[in-house]
Every structure is written in structure tokens, then in C-alpha cells.
Design a protein around this ligand. Sequence first.
Ligand code: ZN
Length: 236
Amino acid sequence: MEHVLDILIKIQNLDHEIKDTKIQIDKIPNKIATLEKETESTKLALEEKQNRMQDIRKTYKIKEGDIAENDSKRSKLNSQTFAVKTNEEYRALINEIDYLKKANKKVEDEMINLLEEEEKLKNTIGKTEAESKEFVNKKADEISELKRNREELIKKLEQMKISFDEYFNKLPDDVTELYNKIKKVRGNVVCLIDNETCTGCYANLTLQFFNELKKKEEILLCDNCGRILIYAVPNE
Ligand SMILES: [Zn+2]
């Protein structure tokens, strides 16, 4: 009988390990998804800065064009001032020239602001690029580590299932029947006991019952929860 009880302890331990391993395996895809999201948002943050940089350069070029256009308009108007016949015409030309001057001044101020922003952005992009590369590499390592880990756990799980079946098939038929019946209702079938309490339902056991358990002569069930109780010293 002690042999059967030992097998029951082994399959119970394997049952726990199989459950734990399944939980670990199931958690990994979520962990990977989180890391991938972190990687994605880091890349996006860098891209945003790079896009802004391109915008700045594009806008700067457009403004350069505006200035050149205004300048050529102005020099045309300037040459016209020599040909005007009346004071009114002259004043109108001068007003227009003034307006273009002011417009250019405004555009130039905007260009200075863009240059300042570009300068600041250049510094942060350099830093962000380095940090982002490091971060993305680190996360990629973590992801492949998790994938490797998952493969290992799946292999381990398969092996544990095989061992479980091997042990289970060694049990006498009446015991496997009993095992399956309890499993259906309770999940955990076997409780290891080292004092007068059922570790499955925390019911108190009588001293006499506990002494019977210690003898390991037969399969004993908890009166309260019906699980198989086996006497075992902790960490045995
Ligand atoms: Zn119990």
C-alpha cells in the first residue's frame, strides 16, 4: 500500500506542477504584448520628433521662397519708383514696398524661431535615438528570452504529462477510479498531512484517524471533503 501512496504523492505533485506550468505559459503572450507595445510607443515618440524635424525644414524652405519672392517684388517696385509721374503714385509704391519689408521681417522672425526649434530638436533627437535604440534592443532581448522560456516550459509540460500518465497507469484500477471521481468534484485529489488537519478543507482530524494515516496501510479519505489523505513529513 505504501507504494500506491507514494505514486499518489508523485502524481499529485506532478498535477500541481502541470497546473503551475500552464499558468506560467499562459502569462507569457501578455508579457510579450506589453513589451511590444512599449517598443512601439518608443519608436513612435522618436518618429514624431523626426517628422517634426522634416516639417521644420520644409516650412523653412517655403519661407525662404516667400522671402525671395517678396524681395523680387520689392526690387521691381523700387525700379518703378524712378518712372512714376505723380506723388500719389510714388507714395502708393513706397507703401507697398514698406508692406513687403514688414512682411519679410515677420517671415524672418518665424524662420529664426524655426531654427531655434530645430536646434533644440536636433539635440533631443540625438539623445532619444540612442536611448530608443538601447530600449528597443533591450526589449527585443526580453521578448526572445520570453519566447525561449515559453518553448522550454511547453517541453517541460509535455514531459510532466508523460510522467503523470506513467505513474497514473501504475495505480490499481479501483484507485484510478477513486482518483478520477474525487478529481471531478474537488480538483485536488491528494492532501499531504503532517498534523491533525486536512490540508484540503482544514477540517480537524481525530488523533485516532491521524494515527491510522501514519501507518500507511490503506487509502484513507477525509470525512469532510472526501480527498485522499496521506501522511507525509513536510518537504519529504
Ligand atoms: Zn478534507
